[in-house]
Design a protein around this ligand. Structure first.
Ligand code: PLP
Length: 391
């Protein structure tokens, strides 16, 4: 059976060019970048070049790029590192109700350790309003952490405006840009970003690789104590293959960028409009336009999302009912609840996220099989029977 992978917000396949770039660093180029002989210095150069490539893609300087083990580590470092380094000034952090758990659970941990956190509401589309950020600022605010784009519903926040507010109040501004990188152009200087997290495996790069951008001069606690790697801030022998792979993935993501994003947006809209038109009682979750090119999230009434996922899987289609971290639990998604979707509708929501490898034929196939699956599920539902009777 043909397999159609539409869960690219959870992870993406590693591109062949990325694997090829990584391979030599597992075998002949095995040297430790901290050593002095040639095979090691070659690897130091590979790490330096990768840092430069990533810095260029973000509008940053190479010495502002710090490699981590992924997006979660970058989020943890940004938030705990700033909280720890600035606690003499205050203990207040501003974030939102729709962040990834890597941010939310880190903030909850800090709350147990004497910090105060404001979790901002978002509007019905999942967007944060800059004026709400400004209103939440106190004398004790030491960090604002607001995601660039949401991993469940794809809503894009007005990051530059929020960054400008943070800057005017001299408060460090962190953004979890794990979903935005590769789908939106980023310029940390222009967008007033002090700290930015990204992850390799969301952009066709390796898993277990990420970056925290830290604006030069910003005070932050070191993450891992040990050797002098990452300028002494995050010790440990570099994952050279991973670093090279991440840089290659970044480079590819921003090559022919506009054309690729335009094509993906067209496929996304075909999928969204096709599903909304062919399946009654469906609604788009998230923002109609300020939305990632790869994200569709559809509320399907009178079906149970987890069962819909299983039936789609049996037809070869991989999707998600929310964020991968919450599947397996029966709690409805915190993001869907935060945008005011009632429990029943949140349970019947499904996320289909595109990747650079998806084709129009695959979208056609989904549009061909999904309406029938939903109809069969509804035919077995007593709730649906009522709907039909009352029509
Ligand atoms: C995937 C994701 C993360 C976590 O990244 P990992 O590399 O898997 O640790 C953090 N934030 C967002 C928005 C994500 O989508």
């Amino acid at each position: 059976m043909e397999r159609i992978y539409l869960d690219n917000a959870a992870t993406t396949p590693v591109r062949k060019e990325v694997v090829d770039a990584m391979l030599p660093y597992f075998t002949e180029n095995f040297g430790n970048p901290s050593s002095v002989y040639q095979i090691a210095q070659m690897n130091k150069k590979a790490v330096d070049d990768a840092r430069e490539t990533i810095a260029n893609a973000l509008g940053a300087n190479a010495n502002e790029i710090f490699f981590t083990s992924g997006g979660s580590e970058a989020d943890n470092w940004a938030i705990k590192g700033i909280a720890q380094a600035h606690k003499a000034k205050g203990n207040h952090i501003i974030t939102t109700k729709v962040e990834h758990h890597a941010v939310l659970h880190t903030c909850e941990y800090l709350e147990k350790n004497g910090f105060e956190v404001t979790y901002l509401d978002v509007d019905e589309y999942g967007m944060v309003h800059p004026e709400d950020v400004e209103k939440a600022i106190k004398d004790t605010t030491i960090l604002i952490s607001i995601m660039y784009a949401n991993n469940e519903i794809g809503t894009i926040n007005p990051i530059k405006e929020i960054g400008a507010i943070a800057k005017a109040h001299k408060i460090p501004f962190h953004t979890d840009a794990v979903q935005a990188v590769g789908q939106l152009k980023i310029d940390v200087k222009d967008q007033n970003i002090d700290l930015l997290s990204l992850s390799g495996h969301k952009i066709n790069g390796p898993k277990g690789m990420g970056v925290l951008y830290i604006r030069r001069g910003l005070k932050i606690e070191n993450l891992i104590h040990g050797g002098a790697q990452e300028r002494g801030r995050r010790a440990g022998t570099e994952n050279v293959a991973g670093i090279v792979g991440l840089a290659k993935a970044m480079e590819i993501a921003y090559t022919d960028f506009d054309a690729k994003i335009e094509k993906m947006t067209k496929l996304r809209d075909k999928l969204i409009n096709g599903l909304l038109e062919s399946i009654p009682y469906t609604k788009l979750n998230g923002h109609p336009t300020m939305r990632l090119a790869n994200n569709s999230n559809i509320g399907v009434e009178y079906v149970e999302g987890e069962s819909l996922l299983l039936l789609l899987d049996m037809s070869g289609i991989a999707a998600s009912s929310g964020s991968a971290c919450t599947s397996g639990s029966l709690d409805p998604s915190h993001v869907l609840l935060a945008i005011g979707i009632p429990h029943e509708r949140a349970h019947g929501s499904i996320r289909l996220t595109l990747g650079s490898q998806n084709t129009e034929a695959e979208i056609d196939k989904v549009l061909e099989v999904m309406p029938g699956i939903v109809q069969r599920m509804r035919d077995m539902s007593p709730l649906w029977e009522e709907v039909v009777k009352n029509k």
